[in-house]
Design a protein around this ligand. Structure first.
Ligand code: 3PG
Length: 216
């Protein structure tokens, strides 16, 4: 399998293009393709499929195979096996709520676009020491919200963030207005009740609202 020569640049480009990344928890594999199509129909193409359910890897595989306009990443990557699974199933990027030395070593060694999670200055410094400068700020609202991100901008002017955790329609635009925020992620576009009910139209409508928000 061919890996990107520089995962860091590829990741930054994907996040900058996306701006809004739905964090998907897929309970039933038959939901995967219609859910991805509903988001793509609303203009949201970059999707994070979390490894939080037994069907997650199969769900991601189906989306990759059947929804070519979707840019699929794998989230909730907790160890090197998860990261290996993300790479081998053809994901374009991987996301973790944290940053273990093991994950950083594998991702950086493979040149794979990897978004590690940080919530403190010390965690950020560990990630930065590996050469990565784009990080997930998680959990964004509980870990201090926008004031925390502004505080981190002083000592770490080159770091760019994708905040997730507590972001929704009411505050996404505020987060995206921060100069060190490249994209935001969250589950607000895809409520479990609407996925379960197959209410794809409502999910497309949410995606469209997010796109209108970006258009400003
Ligand atoms: C996550 O990885 O769980 C994301 O941060 C989603 O958080 P949210 O459900 O608050 O959007």
């Amino acid at each position: 399998m061919k890996l990107p020569a520089d995962g860091r640049q590829a990741l930054l480009e994907m996040l900058s293009a996306a701006r809004v990344i739905p964090v998907l928890t897929i309970a039933r594999v038959e939901h995967a393709v219609p859910l991805a199509r509903a988001l793509v129909a609303g203009g949201v193409r970059t999707l994070e499929v979390t490894l939080r359910t037994p069907v997650a890897a199969d769900a991601a595989k189906r989306i990759i195979a059947e929804v070519p306009d979707a840019i699929v990443g794998i989230g909730t990557v907790l160890d090197r096996d998860d990261l290996g699974a993300a790479i081998s199933l053809g994901a374009k990027f991987a996301v973790s709520p944290g940053a273990t030395p093991d994950l950083l070593e594998v991702a950086v060694g493979a040149g794979f676009p990897f978004l590690p999670g940080v919530a403190t200055a010390s965690e950020l410094m560990v990630v930065q020491s590996t050469g990565l400068t784009t990080m997930k700020f998680f959990p964004a609202e509980p870990a201090g919200g926008i004031p925390m991100l502004r505080a981190l901008a002083g000592p770490f002017p080159d770091v760019r963030f994708c905040p997730t955790g507590g972001i929704g329609e009411a505050n996404a635009a505020q987060w995206l207005a921060e100069p060190n925020v490249v994209a935001v992620g969250g589950s607000w576009l895809t409520p479990a009740s609407e996925i379960e009910a197959g209410n794809w139209g409502a999910i497309t409508a949410r995606a469209q609202r997010a796109m209108r928000m970006l258009a400003g």
